[in-house]
Write a protein that binds this ligand. Structure first.
Ligand code: G3P
Length: 218
C-alpha cells in the first residue's frame, strides 16, 4: 500500500519523507489556504521533496478553464498529479489531460458509480472520501469496499483507489485489509500508526534491564 501525506505543510512532509513514509502527497485548495503560501511555490517545493505523485487541485469549475489550469499545474514539476473534482466538467478535463499523459486524481468521490466514471475517464487515481461520509453517519468504509470490489471485476481499468479523508488509524487498517492501493493520511494519523503504549513500556523495561548489566554495545 502506498502512503501519501495529506497536507501542504512542507516541514511535515520533509520530516515524514526522511522517515521513508512518503510515497506521494495530496493537497487541496483548503490545505493550500491553510499553508498561507502561494500555490505554485509550495507545490514546486513539495515536488522537490518527494519523487512520488503530488496532487495539485484545479479551482476552475468549467471544462476549458480546468484544462488551462491543469496544464499550468502540470508544468510546475514532472511529478504533479492534477486534481479535478468529480463533476461532468472534471471528468471531461480528466479524459483530455490523461490523454495528454498527465496523471489525474479525481477527487470528492462519494459513490461507487462516481468512482467507476472516474476510472472510465482515465483517472490515474480516484479519491473516495471516507471521513466525510462517517461524519454524516454513513459508512465510509463501505464505499471503499464497493469501489475496490468493482475495480477488481475490470482489470483493464488502471485507476488506483486513493482512500482520502482519513480520520484515524482504523480507516487505514480497514482500507489496507480491503486492498486499496493508496491511502492519503494527515501527518498526525501517520504518527498515530506508529504508537502503542506496550511498545513504549517494553522498550523502557528492556533498557532498564540492559543498564543493570553495565555493558555497552560499542
Ligand atoms: O485532501 C483530500 C481529503 O483527504 C481531504 O479530506 O475530509 O480531511 O478534508 P478531509
Amino acid at each position: 500500500m502506498k502512503f501519501f501525506v495529506d497536507t501542504a505543510e512542507v516541514s511535515e512532509i520533509r520530516s515524514l519523507a526522511e522517515a521513508g513514509l512518503v510515497d506521494g502527497v495530496t493537497t487541496n485548495p483548503s490545505l493550500i489556504a491553510k499553508s498561507g503560501r502561494r500555490m505554485a511555490e509550495v507545490i514546486e517545493e513539495i515536488c522537490a521533496i518527494t519523487p512520488g505523485p503530488v496532487s495539485a487541485e484545479v479551482t476552475a469549475t468549467e471544462f476549458e478553464d480546468m484544462l488551462a489550469e491543469g496544464r499550468h499545474l502540470r508544468a510546475i514539476a514532472s511529478n504533479v498529479a492534477v486534481k479535478v473534482p468529480l463533476t461532468e466538467a472534471g471528468l471531461r478535463a480528466c479524459r483530455v489531460l490523461s490523454g495528454e499523459g498527465t496523471l489525474v486524481n479525481v477527487t470528492l468521490c462519494f459513490t461507487p458509480a462516481q468512482a467507476l466514471l472516474a476510472a472510465k475517464a482515465g483517472a490515474a487515481f480516484v479519491s473516495p472520501f471516507v471521513g466525510r461520509l462517517d461524519d454524516i453517519a454513513t459508512d465510509g468504509m463501505r464505499l471503499i469496499a464497493d469501489v475496490v470490489a468493482i475495480f477488481r471485476n475490470y482489470p483493464q481499468l488502471k485507476t488506483e483507489v486513493l482512500v482520502a479523508s482519513i480520520r484515524h488509524p482504523i480507516h487505514l487498517v480497514e482500507a489496507a485489509k480491503l486492498g486499496a492501493g493508496v491511502a492519503t493520511l494527515p501527518p498526525a494519523v501517520i504518527r498515530q500508526l506508529l504508537k502503542h503504549p506496550l511498545t513504549d513500556r517494553g522498550l523502557e523495561a528492556f533498557l532498564a534491564d540492559w543498564r543493570k548489566t553495565g555493558q555497552s554495545i560499542l
